[in-house]
Ligand binder design. Structure first.
Ligand SMILES: Cc1cc2nc3c(=O)[nH]c(=O)nc-3n(C[C@H](O)[C@H](O)[C@H](O)COP(=O)(O)OP(=O)(O)OC[C@H]3O[C@@H](n4cnc5c(N)ncnc54)[C@H](O)[C@@H]3O)c2cc1C
Ligand code: FES
Length: 507
């Protein structure tokens, strides 16, 4: 069976399937007891792994096999076919692997494999301090322990909540369709079990990079052997009358999200300022909660700068079809208790206002410490900053992107996590370059949009398929090269594009 026509089936893999049912590079879903199991044939070997991704349960049979890895169709997590390890985020937990034999023209699953033992401690021990309890910081801590780091790990976060699944804060959790227990990346017991000290509500206020000391907001100091800066980004606030009112919110943390939900439960009408990802996802979530929603933004088309005019028009029409009303080419002049006033004098009733006008990387700590900063903390391909043993990852890091050949900084969940993972391995003494192709996803109602690569500008956009039909792949080309690809329900094509860019970056 070709990889493109795999069909999930209820075949009992303990009884086995005909060998001919699984072609080279083919996939086949069956079951082992109650579990759905995916068979994959690759380079003459047959692998059997759990059929669903450990991130959000994506159907791996719709994914792609690339060399010895299996890629998830939804958010491009990458698993080792042999060990099940989640090699690249956003999945962090491994797939269950099964023992499988091929004999007498049949493929038979014989049982579950024992989970692999954690490897022996790699590199030097010592004390790793991570500043930031977000995507990059958490993924780094998890990778240190997963790879057997035996030294101390301390995570400092000025947030009151342990690391959360931030993308959920503008999507299901905000919409009221996911319970709060989906939000933490791990429960408190996990940090204790893994001996990761997490200091919440604690700011890192000064860094002595040469003396290897970090000063905290409570006046105490921490000595470190290696430091990871993963301080993320800060929402931009508006400097207009009324912007400090209680019903005016930004959205970055779980506390921000809870405050919006509390106001959304009392409000009937909301104004969202900003028609970029967070603004639009918030608008969609508030519509799901039944609020009347206006979106106010200066641009003429939502997300045109990232996706171009065709997809921008589609996204606008999609939101309008769900009842969102746009006031584009406009900005806010003032916010009163029950309405906002636009620059053109129009007023819109609103008991809830959410500002989603972008973020600034939190580079203050790095700057004050004298690290090289230029629109982000400058790092090399190993994610080392200009100071020895100080690394940076996530929204603050500007790294040399092998695909575009430029130094870039992006604000994507998966990039932040993968950088945290690579920084962790390098802090343990490995020497792995960060070569991942940038990837992000955004969700608008039932329409997921996936994007790989980085195209701040382009000469043309080649549209394959139908945007209105929600079945398309857009290629953003400059000087004859595809810099980025966006897709709606073309998951495997998008994975292929990512694999091609990855291969080009590795060459
Ligand atoms: C609501 C929302 C939805 C999103 N949805 C998506 C999505 O669908 N897809 C996508 O690709 N991206 C999405 N993003 C972007 C993504 O979440 C970020 O790119 C990612 O979180 C960046 O990770 P980070 O580790 O760099 O920063 P963060 O996750 O922001 O973590 C930074 C941490 O550092 C802490 N900190 C900062 N300064 C200090 C200090 N001085 N001392 C101590 N602690 C400090 C902060 O409290 C925080 O815990 C979304 C972002 C938001 C806010
Ligand atoms: S569901 Fe697999 S990466 Fe998100």
């Amino acid at each position: 069976m070709a990889q493109d026509d795999n069909r999930p089936s209820g075949t009992d893999l303990i009884k086995g399937v005909e060998s001919s049912a699984l072609a080279e590079d083919g996939m086949l879903v069956g079951r082992v007891g109650e579990d759905e199991v995916l068979l994959v044939r690759r380079a003459g070997r047959v692998f059997a792994v759990s059929a669903h991704c450990t991130h959000y349960h994506g159907p791996l049979a719709d994914g792609l096999v690339v060399a010895g890895t299996l890629r998830c169709p939804w958010h491009h997590a990458c698993f080792d076919l042999d060990t099940g390890e989640a090699l690249a985020a956003p999945a962090l937990a491994p797939l269950v692997c099964y023992d499988v034999v091929e004999r007498g023209g049949r493929i038979v699953v014989t049982g579950k494999k024992a989970p692999p033992r954690p490897p022996k401690a790699g590199g030097a021990g010592g004390h790793v301090v991570i500043v930031g309890g977000g995507a990059a910081g958490f993924a780094a801590a998890e990778m240190l322990r997963r790879r057997g780091f035996s030294g101390r790990v301390t995570m400092i976060s000025n947030d009151g909540a342990a690391p959360v699944d931030r993308p959920n804060l503008s999507k299901d959790y905000l919409a009221g369709t996911a319970p709060e227990d989906w939000v933490p990346l791990r429960d408190a017991g996990w940090y204790a079990e893994n001996e990761i000290t997490v200091k919440l509500n604690t700011a890192a206020v000064a860094l002595d990079a040469h003396g290897k000391r970090l000063r905290l907001g409570d006046g105490s100091e921490l000595a470190f052997d290696k430091l990871l800066l993963a301080t993320g980004a800060e929402p931009v606030r508006l400097a207009i009358p009324g912007a400090d009112r209680e019903h005016v919110h930004v959205l970055r943390s779980l506390a921000d999200c809870r405050a919006i939900i509390a106001d959304a439960q009392k409000a009937k009408r909301a104004v969202v300022v900003g028609a970029s990802f967070i603004g639009l996802e918030v608008a969609a979530s508030l519509r799901t909660r039944g609020l009347d929603v206006h979106v106010v933004a200066p641009e003429q088309r939502p997300l045109e700068r990232v996706f171009g005019p065709q997809l921008g028009d589609f996204i606008r029409a999609l939101h309008e079809s769900h009842g969102v009303r746009f006031r584009l080419g406009n900005t806010l002049a003032a916010i009163a208790a029950d309405h906002v006033t636009l620059k053109n004098g129009e007023t819109l009733a609103a008991e809830l206002v959410v500002i989603g006008v972008g973020v600034r990387p939190r580079v203050g700590l790095a700057e004050k410490a004298g690290l090289a900063v230029d629109g982000g903390v400058l790092v090399n391909e190993w994610l080392e900053s200009s100071a020895r043993d100080v690394y940076a990852a996530g929204d603050i890091a500007r790294w040399p992107d092998p695909v575009s050949g430029e130094r870039i900084r992006v604000e994507h969940w998966v990039v932040a996590e993968r950088q945290g993972q690579i920084a962790a391995r390098n802090m343990m003494g490995e020497r792995c370059a960060f070569r991942a192709v940038p990837f992000f996803w955004s969700q608008h109602y039932d329409v997921p949009i996936n994007y790989v690569g980085h195209a701040p500008s382009w000469d043309d956009i080649a549209v394959d398929g139908s945007i209105e039909g929600r079945d398309c792949l857009l290629r953003y080309r400059k000087a004859g090269r595809v810099l980025a690809v966006a897709s709606i329900y073309r998951d495997r094509d998008c994975l292929r594009a990512a694999a091609e860019m990855e291969a080009a970056a590795a060459a």
